[in-house]
Design a protein around this ligand. Sequence first.
Ligand code: ADP
Ligand code: MG
Length: 266
Amino acid sequence: MARILAVTNQKGGVGKTTTAVNLSACLAALGQRVLMIDLDPQGNGTTGCGIIKREALPTVYQLLIGRSTLAQARLKTDFGFDILPANRELAGAEVDLIDMAGREYRLRDALAPALGDYDFILMDCPPALNMLTVNGLTAADAVMIPMQCEYYALEGLTDLVATLKKVRVHLNARLEIEGLLRTMFDPRSTLTQQVSGELVEHFGDKVYRTIIPRNVRLAEAPSYGKPVIAFDRLSKGAQAYSALAQELLDRQAAMGATTELAGASG
Ligand code: ADP
Ligand code: MG
């Protein structure tokens, strides 16, 4: 059964799309079956995987409004994982969904038949707490929160945690925080070090050990339509996202072992 992760933060430019694309590619490189879902009408995640948006029809939009199934809309990337693409049309979903029954659950229901096809489903959420993000959070098992360690980051995080609580109460009781990811990290900045320290103090183990450094190859790769491991395998960015993929698998294995132990002793 797929583990469904929403890569989310209502702040733009924190590395959500970069994380969704590169983590998908790195998990696939480790033999995982991965589906990436582009939930952002900007479609940066789609082009970042080498999919031309104009040609990418049907998209997640048709899926949400019930005009397409997942099997019809998903595409294979050249990088060992599948993608459910998006383009600007998706911006209309907000309005189209208003009077649809169960509008918060449409993505969850559309994914249900395909959960056995994947080990991971990663959703690249838009930089807003809108109906698209709500569909993502309702479908998800957990959220992965990329963040830059800068002054306003912790404030934004408080808002996000409050939203997650609301979603848990009203729409999706099983939603957890999978982890917080420090992105675009510059260890030379004192402020970065400070915010990073506070983050670990507040969230403890929820902060991934892996840190994503600021790395120009990560910013360049999307213009070639490639994840960074397919663009510059030895770059710091490629190494960091590979390490993150491994950390995710290690954590999951540890969780499984704990559950088994609890089961055996209980
Ligand atoms: P979001 O999806 O949260 O808006 P993006 O992933 O699109 O954020 O990242 C914003 C910008 O920063 C993009 O131009 C991206 O290429 C760049 N970027 C993201 N992560 C890094 C990094 N670790 N190092 C350098 N540039 C990065
Ligand atoms: Mg984005």
